[in-house]
Design a protein around this ligand. Structure first.
Ligand SMILES: [Zn+2]
Ligand SMILES: [Zn+2]
Length: 320
């Protein structure tokens, strides 16, 4: 089956945020920050030209059948000035909400690796980004004295629209039912979130970088492929059965999940990630690490007044 994936919109993001904020007003600041970042992504998505030619459908189908993702991100051409513009806008949003971060963010957006050098060599920063060279960004964060989580949050969000603008062109061109892998069929990166689709109840994953969605067996760990119900389980709060966190004792990783059918909503994965922060704390407390992206709010313990401990233990179920 070919997934007929709708593109996300900033209006839907805001609508979904309002839905959760009615019950979780403590998330307002964080959700506003994300809304501003996503609004910048939405603004640039239609403007980006990565000069990337999409392959023939036959070639795409051949790669998928062989289990190879279809896009090599290092072939994407990111226009340096445009990337810097996106990064600067995002850094400005973060600095406005967290003035203490401004000096580090100023050093980031004036960092020389962001520019084409005098001999015309493309920016080292972009090369590292497209190769997902995390060591490089950890090193730069140290050099400019910027929190590593903020560094990753900003650089990856600034890159997302460039990758997604290409990935969108691949959507609907291949049948993903035989894919079943733990990585994105388009860009090869990890998923950020799992969910049960509203329209047909199928379990699917969404890529943390290009937002491509693909179907995936719900009873299998998204990190190591473990499908033993004794060691791959999910936890949820009885008061909120539409949200769960799947934890694996094989690899000690977790991924969060939303049942969009039970909610009967057009969910947005970014919003779901924020609305379920309490599940990150639950999983971490029990010794599991994030299997996909780390929401930067979690590593910063932000906002400070969540989660509220109501003294009730989350319920544990096996997957039988
Ligand atoms: Zn992807
Ligand atoms: Zn696992």
């Amino acid at each position: 089956m070919k997934i007929n994936q709708k593109g996300w919109t900033i209006d839907n993001v805001r609508q979904e945020m309002d839905f959760y904020l009615a019950d979780k007003p403590e998330l307002k600041e964080l959700m506003n920050l994300y809304a501003s970042i996503l609004a910048i992504e939405a603004e640039y998505l239609p403007l980006i030209d990565t000069k990337m030619e999409i392959e023939e459908v036959n070639e795409i189908e051949r790669k998928i059948a062989e289990g190879a993702n279809v896009l090599n991100p290092t072939k994407i051409v990111i226009e340096p000035a445009q990337f810097k513009e996106v990064l600067t806008k995002m850094a400005t949003v973060v600095a406005a909400q967290n003035p203490a971060l401004k000096p580090g963010l100023d050093r980031l957006i004036s960092y020389p690796d962001l520019d084409v050098d005098t001999e015309g060599v493309p920016p080292v920063f972009l090369d590292a980004l497209l190769k997902f060279n995390t060591q490089y960004f950890t090193k730069i964060a140290e050099l400019i004295e910027l929190d590593t989580d903020i560094m990753f949050f900003l650089t990856y969000h600034a890159m997302n629209p460039f990758i997604e603008s290409v990935a969108r062109q691949y959507r609907g061109l291949y049948d993903d039912s035989a894919w079943g892998k733990t990585t994105c069929p388009v860009c090869g990166r990890k998923p950020s979130h799992m969910y049960k689709r509203r329209e047909d109840g199928e379990t699917a994953l969404e890529c943390q970088i290009c937002r491509t969605q693909w179907t995936y067996p719900a009873d299998t760990c998204v990190v190591c492929g473990n499908a033993d119900p004794e060691t791959y389980k999910f936890l949820y709060d009885e008061a909120d059965p539409a949200h769960a966190v799947y934890v694996c004792d094989g690899c000690k990783k977790y991924i969060k999940s939303t049942d969009a059918q039970a909610l009967d909503r057009d969910i947005d994965v970014e919003v779901e990630d924020l609305a379920t922060l309490v599940l990150d704390y639950v999983a971490k407390e029990q010794g599991y690490e994030p299997g996909g992206r780390v929401t930067f709010a979690v590593s910063l313990d932000y906002p400070e007044d969540i989660p509220e401990d109501d003294g009730e233990e989350p319920v544990e179920f096996s997957l039988e």
